[in-house]
Design a protein around this ligand. Sequence first.
Ligand SMILES: [Zn+2]
Length: 257
Amino acid sequence: MSEAQFQLLRGAGFVAAVALAVLLQRLGPHARLRGSWQVNGTLWFANLIVIGLVCGACACTVARWAAGARFGVLNAVAVPRWFAIATTLVALDLVSYGWHRANHRIPFLWRFHQVHHSDPTFTASTGVRFHPGELLLSLPVRLTAVALVGASAEAVVLFEVVFTVANLLEHSDIDLPLRFERTLGRVGITPALHRRHHTKLGPDRDSNFGTIFSTWDRLLGTYLGNDSATAIETGLPGFDKLTLPRALVLPLQRTAA
Ligand SMILES: [Zn+2]
C-alpha cells in the first residue's frame, strides 16, 4: 500500500465516521446539545495541517520499513494474515488505552489533554477537539508501537479507520437502546461509557480510558458502567467558555482540577 492510498482510505474513513455520527445524533440524541463546533472545528483544521506536515502518512512509512527490515513481532513470525490484522487492532488499541491513561496521570501531558476535556458540551465534534501538542506528543508512541508490533500498512489503516469511527461515535450526543448498549458495552466503548469519562467533577474522569474495546478498562480496573438514561454534566470546572486562543495557550497556563 502506498502513502497516497493510505491517506485516501484514512480520509474516507473520517468522512464516513462524521456522517454516521451526525446521523445518529439526529436519530437518537441524548441531551440535544449544540456543540462547541467553532472551537473544535478550528482545532481539527489546525491539526489537519500540523499533523499533515509533520506526519502525513508516516505510520504507513514505518510499517513498510518494518516489513522490509523484518522488524517487529509480526514480521518475525509466520502467522495468517487475518491473525496479524486482528493482533494489530488489539495491540494498537491497548497502546492507545495506556497513552490516554498516561495523559491523565502525568501532569505535563494533562496540560495538553485538558483542552479535550474542557469542552462543556459532549458531541461528535468533541472527538476532534485536541491540542496540536497532544497529537504531536502521541506520534512517537504510536509510531514505536507500529514498529514493535510489526504491523502491516493495511492493518494500520484498518485500525485507524475503526479507531476514528469509534472515537467520533463515543463522543457523540447519542442515546442507544438500553439492551443493545449493555451488550455493546461488554466489548466496546459506548457513548454513555465515554460520557462518564468526561464527567465535570469528581474522580470519574479516571475511568473508561478505552477507545475501541472496553476490555482494557475491565481488565485493568478502570471500568465504570454508565447508560444512556443517566445525565452527566461534562467539561472542566472554570473552563465553560474557553475561546480558541485560550485553548491554544492553556498548556502554558494553569491546570484544571
Ligand atoms: Zn481523557
